[in-house]
Every structure is written in structure tokens, then in C-alpha cells.
Design a protein around this ligand. Structure first.
Ligand code: CU
Length: 330
């Protein structure tokens, strides 16, 4: 099937759409709260091997800084998903392409002017059906009526080359189609369009920022103090080089949850569960959060006072990456 290609930029330009997710500032994005997700993509495909962000019913923005190599731009910058449902940003014959595969149908846009040696790239799929390409924040291509994805992908993300085979490739690229330039701060950002259930947007009594400490496999806070029965929001940030999660457990169950995490580490299906044991001792958990990513967890604190352990259940972490949530009445 021939891809639909649009060369015309939207004449309305950016002013008519300054409030969309695709063109919002970082401050505006953070204000989206738990609907917003940001993943920093590493420079090689193997470093991204387990990265598979949620895309269903989400607006999608890929952005990054691009630098030309010694020859004309060519190769895959990033891809996620497969030939039936997936998307890719790649360079060919010196131009940049944004491709979306949607239930087997291809949508593709590209720039027409020569690319600068250094530029900021942005590609977006938006809830109003717009698929757009920006160079240095100027819109250079657009097509309409491209539907959001409705299911999550089986095929994980890759950057800098296509390392998947057969139907798991994003397109019929020539072999690995390695990118011949360089890039930095390449991000995949998504925004869930669904309204959150009302129980999740209940008044938040307390917001806690919990970070992973870089390089030492620890949380930056080993004690959290919360009020029994209150609603708390934990903004879990991971500036580390590897994945981590946050798992809250019932009092005095640290060893049980840890042992279950050890078993999951040996289980080939563990990664799909984000290494979170499916046992009643686990009360709350984030998914695995990628390097540079974050996750917002909002929940009602138990009514029973006590010391609730929290851990990271990524294989090998729980014995040292842990803390205690002190639930009190005052
Ligand atoms: Cu960890």
C-alpha cells in the first residue's frame, strides 16, 4: 500500500495550536500529572531492549536533538511496535520521515527542505487525529485523521537501528538501517486522553517526591510519613541508568515480598509483570520506570497505623533498595 504523504505545512502554524500537548512547555506537561509519561531513549537499541511504553489511547510525541554525520542523513532514529501497529522516525535520502502503522495502514509524512546539520526534531500524533512533524519547533508537515493506537505493543522500542525481524520491523528497511548521525535528549512522551476515574482524582492530601539515587540502588528517602486514611500522591522519579520500581507492602511482609521478587527474577514472565509479585502482601506498585522516566502513583493510605515497607523489586534490588512508610493518625 502507498503511504499517504503530505508535503504541505499547516498554514495556521503554531499560533492556532499553542495549547496542544505536542507544543506544550515542560511545565505544562508536568501539570498533566499522572496522565503524562516521559521516557528518555538511549543511544543504542540494546540499551532500550526492555522499553515498551504504553501507547493505547495516548497522544505521542517523539523529540530530540539531531546532528548530521559525515554523509547525508540516513537510517532509523527510533521505532516502536511493528508493521501492523507501530511508528518510526527515520532518515532517507537526506530527509526525515515520520511513519505510523495503524492496523496495517501506513501514514507517512516528511520534510521537503534540506535538513540543517544540527536541529531539534519533533514528531507528534495527537488526539484530534493530527500527525505532525516539526523542525526547530516549526511545523513542516501534517496529515489529519490518523487515529490514536488502541492497544499496547508487543514489540519493544529500539533506537539507532532496526534490530527486529519479519513482521516485527516497523517497515521494510534495508537490513539494520543504522542511523549515520548522532542524537541527544531523545524522548518519547505520551499523554493519556482518558479522563481518570473519579476515585483517582480525589483530593490529594499529600504529595511526595521519591527519587532513585543515581548509581547506588537506593531511594532518596528511606522513611515516608503519611496520615492513615489520607490520599497521597507519590511522584516517583528515576534519574538512574537502569530501571526501578516502587512497591508498597503490608507491615512485616518485607521478606515475603522479597522472596516472591526473587522467584519472579528467575521467571521468564517476570519482566511482563514489571517484577511486581502478584501476592496479597503487595498493596501498591508502579510499573518499572525507565531511566530518565517518572511515574505518579496516587492511592489511599490504609486506615491501620503501622510501618509499611516499600521496596524496588527489580531483580537483586529489594535487599538494599527499600524504606518504610510510617502510617500514623496524626
Ligand atoms: Cu531498583
Amino acid at each position: 500500500m502507498q503511504p499517504l504523504i503530505s508535503l504541505a505545512a499547516d498554514k495556521r502554524g503554531l499560533n492556532a495550536s499553542s495549547s496542544t500537548f505536542a507544543t506544550s512547555s515542560m511545565v505544562q506537561r508536568l501539570a498533566y500529572g499522572p496522565r503524562f509519561s516521559s521516557t528518555l531513549l538511549k543511544t543504542t537499541s540494546w540499551q532500550n531492549a526492555n522499553i515498551n511504553p504504553e501507547v493505547a489511547m495516548r497522544e505521542i510525541v517523539v523529540s530530540g536533538n539531531i546532528r548530521k554525520g559525515s554523509t547525508d542523513y540516513s537510517g532509523l532514529l527510533m521505532a516502536h511496535g511493528n508493521k501492523s501497529n507501530g511508528y518510526a522516525v527515520y532518515f532517507k535520502d537526506g530527509q526525515v520521515y515520520f511513519l505510523i502503522n495503524r492496523d496495517g495502514k501506513q501514514y507517512s509524512i516528511r520534510n521537503t527542505q534540506p535538513l540543517p546539520a544540527v536541529f531539534a526534531l519533533k514528531a507528534s500524533l495527537e488526539k484530534n487525529g493530527r500527525m505532525r512533524l516539526f523542525l526547530d519547533n516549526k511545523e513542516v508537515a501534517l496529515i489529519n485523521k490518523v487515529p490514536l493506537f488502541t492497544t499496547e505493543f508487543e514489540t519493544t522500542l529500539r533506537t539507532a537501528l532496526e534490530n527486529k525481524s519479519g513482521e516485527n520491523r516497523a517497515a521494510d528497511f534495508e537490513k539494520e538501517f543504522p542511523f549515520n548521525g548522532s542524537f541527544s535528549n531523545l524522548r518519547l512522551e505520551t499523554l493519556a486522553i482518558d479522563k481518570l476515574p473519579t476515585d483517582k482524582i480525589a483530593k490529594i492530601d499529600q504529595t511526595i517526591i521519591l527519587k532513585v539515587v543515581k548509581d547506588v540502588m537506593r531511594f532518596d528517602k528511606e522513611t515516608l510519613k503519611v496520615k492513615a486514611g489520607s490520599t497521597v500522591q507519590i511522584i516517583f522519579q528515576n534519574p538512574d541508568f537502569m530501571q526501578h520500581n516502587f512497591v508498597l507492602a503490608k507491615p512485616k511482609t518485607l521478606e515475603i515480598v522479597g522472596a516472591a521478587a526473587d522467584r519472579l527474577a528467575q521467571d521468564p514472565g517476570g519482566i511482563k509483570l514489571h517484577y511486581v509479585p502478584r501476592i496479597p502482601q503487595v498493596l501498591q506498585a508502579t510499573p518499572l520506570v525507565n531511566p530518565g522516566g517518572n511515574h505518579v502513583l496516587t492511592f489511599k493510605v490504609p486506615d491501620a497505623v503501622g510501618d509499611y515497607p516499600y521496596v524496588c523489586t527489580f531483580p537483586g534490588h529489594w535487599r538494599i533498595m527499600k524504606g518504610t512508610m510510617q502510617v500514623r493518625n496524626d
